[in-house]
Design a protein around this ligand. Sequence first.
Ligand code: SAM
Length: 274
Amino acid sequence: MNSKPETPDSQLPLNSVLCGECVAVMARLPAGCARLVVADPPYFQVLREQSWDTQWPDMDAYLQWSARWIEAAMRLLLPGGLLYCFGQLGKREHALLHLMSQSARRWQFHDLIIWDRAVGYNERSDSFTPAYEMILVLRCEGGPVYFDKDAVREPYDAATKALYARDKRYKDAAARQAHLEKGKYATNLWRIPSLKGASKEKAGHPSQKPRAAIERIVASSSAPGDLVIDPFLGSGTTAVVAQTLGRPWIGIEQSEEYAALARRRISSQLADDS
Ligand SMILES: C[S@@+](CC[C@H](N)C(=O)[O-])C[C@H]1O[C@@H](n2cnc3c(N)ncnc32)[C@H](O)[C@@H]1O
């Protein structure tokens, strides 16, 4: 079980992009400092033209490294804190299946979210076109999980609201209407379009995640003021979301080019917000 933070918040490099290898950088942060880790690691040979996705000679080396970064990230969580890990199956390698299996043996499995990206990717001729990614959620044992279901309700559309409002089984019309206005609880099946090249959100990273997906994670699984850590910051999506939702954050990125991109994106977001 992780203890409470040994280092006061004022000594943590809050709201900053740390450029370096995430296992080494995380080892310098105090245990139990964060409520939430949002991790979007290299997939292993899915984006073959990206050197960061082909760093390992084979899948075993990738899985050994994955075990190391997950260990380092879980050390940072408070008891009850959650680690979200994005992943997808490659055409040839299926590293994510093995990563999930090895993680579930070592850590407490909490959830598996299916993110339907709405448009297929990685065209393959010998099977259905893949259209989803998975988000593995691991839990740090030893304390209650913080999860705000109300923060991530989904609005009912007008037709559904009208249909439910006519349902005679509900006697208390006002309570029914109030419920309909609040929207329904989000399930663990997410349909959020992936970012297209022409999307205004695109910041210049080949694997940038949509803000809407990260917002769901941060809004549900941390409270304002809780520290959120992203060990694979890329273009800075987690930092932008955390900053906007009032959570302190720390982002780690090994590429100087992407670290600079993330810093620029975060500054321009802050300028837009002010
Ligand atoms: C899948 S991308 C993350 C994209 C990000 N979620 C976004 O929305 O822009 C993975 C990132 O991890 C970085 N990376 C790869 N290995 C790393 C390591 N060992 N430590 C830190 N960053 C690493 C890569 O440079 C890449 O930018």
